[in-house]
Design a protein around this ligand. Structure first.
Ligand code: BES
Ligand code: MG
Ligand code: ZN
Length: 489
């Protein structure tokens, strides 16, 4: 599929499907629309009246255009109230029409400009289309017949936005990589194949890469990460990708993602039908988004140095598994009493955060499918955010807002640290059920000294049970677009 832009007007366009965007309660067929209606023998007005189309956000109506050879299908999509119009309204509207137009060969889109900004408008529409149309048929023996046929999408009235379209395509390639990594089951995506993927991204897009194995991690004293890795048949793989801009970097940043290719819970095994063990292939969602962001940023080439880090392993059981009660020593020398082997993500992140801070970066953002408690607090669509620096939290909020990805800031409530105190070691890895996502964040904070830091708990939004917005059911690629916006801001 190719997305192009032109200065053509919808009145002159001929092709398979034409999509028009309308603000809520602004659906009068006057001016150019009246001319179009005439050309289409009244189909436009009929469609609006009969379907009671009002332009409400995320609604759409569609009609075949009988007899007309110039346009065969007319799609009307609601953009919502004009006073609530954002870039994301365009992204969602594009995502709404893409599957409807999917059986057509060519589609033209005519949407109003966001803030008179053709670049932002074209970028948002492109993202909406690519993300909504992506389907993952890698594991089907035959691709389903109803696969999309859309060959050409033309953005009308947006001539000269080729660069914005290309930029959005690069970002989407990162989102789609993250989705495919998350969706791949644990027998396909192992620590080894995940590290290979990192190597491939590096080769393809000229990034520096190092992958540390068991011995190298031992030398660095990564006892927390290696404790989790003990029962896996696969060696641990500590991934470090580096993007360096051509000139002097404006900033130096680190993105750290939790990379559990499978989380069985360990000896505190996830048992019972409600445990969700069958979904735990997605526990590398943070690492997947880290690699997705690396792929996008390597292509976008900002003037910022970025380190992409993921300590990748599985949390398994065997005679060699970490026992509940074991005491581990992390690479900053702190000791941890593992009172629950299922709170493993924070153990792997502990060593990854220490590693990131040693690089001398200006800010660290970690992202992790860390706690079920965060899903209980914020639901499936919203990530929790904790930060040691308000200005950094604001940067992430702004980046997320632009991306249409949802974050909600949560407190680093020091009083709750009480629950994490151990009699025998410096800390335990698990507190009580109450405030479970907060104590997890407080645990991570023990492994940061003074670098400004943001923690995102993405356990909810990495996965969508059903199609919604730009996401199809399954892996979402959250929050690659937020990370890219942040680095570029
Ligand atoms: N990977 C899970 C968290 C998770 C839960 C991700 C649901 C996605 C969906 C994490 O390793 C975990 O098991 N957390 C425990 C922590 C508890 C033992 C303190 C949890 O949330 O139950
Ligand atoms: Mg766990
Ligand atoms: Zn986990």
């Amino acid at each position: 599929m190719e997305i192009r832009s032109s200065d053509s007007l919808y009145l002159d366009w001929t092709g398979n499907a034409l999509a028009l965007g309308f603000f809520q309660d602004e659906v009068a067929v006057t001016g150019d629309l009246a001319q179009l209606d005439e050309k289409l023998a009244g189909t436009l007005q009929e469609l609006i009246s009969e379907e009671e189309f009002t332009g409400k956000a995320n609604t759409s109506v569609v009609s075949r255009v009988g007899g007309n050879k110039q346009i065969r299908k007319l799609i009307l999509v609601g953009l919502g109230k004009i006073e609530e119009f954002t870039e994301n309204s365009l992204r969602l509207a594009a995502a709404t029409i893409a599957p409807i137009a999917g059986s057509s060969t060519s589609l033209a889109i005519n949407f109003p400009l966001f803030q008179d900004n053709p670049t932002a408008t074209a970028g948002a529409i492109t993202e909406g289309i690519f993300l909504a149309l992506h389907e993952d048929n890698r594991f089907k023996s035959e691709a389903p017949e109803n696969g999309t046929k859309l060959a050409i999408v033309e953005l009308l009235g947006l001539g000269g936005t080729e660069a914005a379209i290309a930029r959005a395509e690069k970002i989407c390639s990162g989102v789609i990589l993250a989705r495919e990594l998350v969706a791949a089951p644990a027998n396909i995506l192992t620590p080894i194949t995940m590290a290979q993927t990192a190597q491939e991204i590096a080769n393809l897009h000229n990034l520096d890469v190092e992958v540390l194995g068991q011995e190298e991690c031992e030398k660095l004293g990564m006892g927390a990460f290696l404790g989790v890795a003990k029962a896996s048949e696969f060696p641990p793989q500590f991934i470090h990708l580096i993007y360096k801009p051509p000139g002097k970097p404006r900033r130096k940043l680190a993105i750290v993602g939790k990379g559990l290719t499978f989380d069985s819970g360990g000896l505190n095994l996830k048992v019972g039908s409600g445990s969700g063990i069958e979904k735990m292939k997605m526990d590398m969602g943070g690492g997947a988004a880290t690699l997705g962001a690396a792929k996008a940023i390597a292509q976008l080439q900002p003037d910022v140095e970025v380190h992409f880090i993921s300590a990748v392993t599985e949390n398994m059981i065997s005679g060699g598994a970490m026992h509940p009660g074991d005491i581990l020593t992390a690479s900053n020398g702190k000791t941890i009493e593992v009172n629950n082997t299922d709170a493993e993500g924070r153990l792997t992140l502990a060593d990854a955060l220490v590693f990131a801070e040693k690089l001398g970066v200006e800010a660290i953002v970690d992202l992790a499918t860390l706690t079920g408690a965060c899903v209980i607090a914020l639901g499936d669509d919203i990530a929790g955010m904790w930060s040691t620096q308000e200005s950094l939290a604001k940067e992430l909020k702004a980046a997320a807002e632009l991306a249409g990805e949802k974050l909600w800031q949560m407190p680093l409530e020091e009083k709750y640290w009480e629950k994490m105190k151990s009699k025998i070691a410096d800390m335990k890895n698990t507190g009580s059920r109450a405030g479970g996502s907060i104590t997890a964040a407080l645990f991570l904070k023990q492994f940061i000294t003074d670098t400004p830091w943001v923690h995102l708990d993405i356990a909810g939004p990495v996965w969508a049970d059903k199609k919604s917005g730009v996401n199809n059911a399954g892996a979402t690629g959250f929050p690659v677009r937020t990370l890219v916006n942040w680095v570029l801001s």
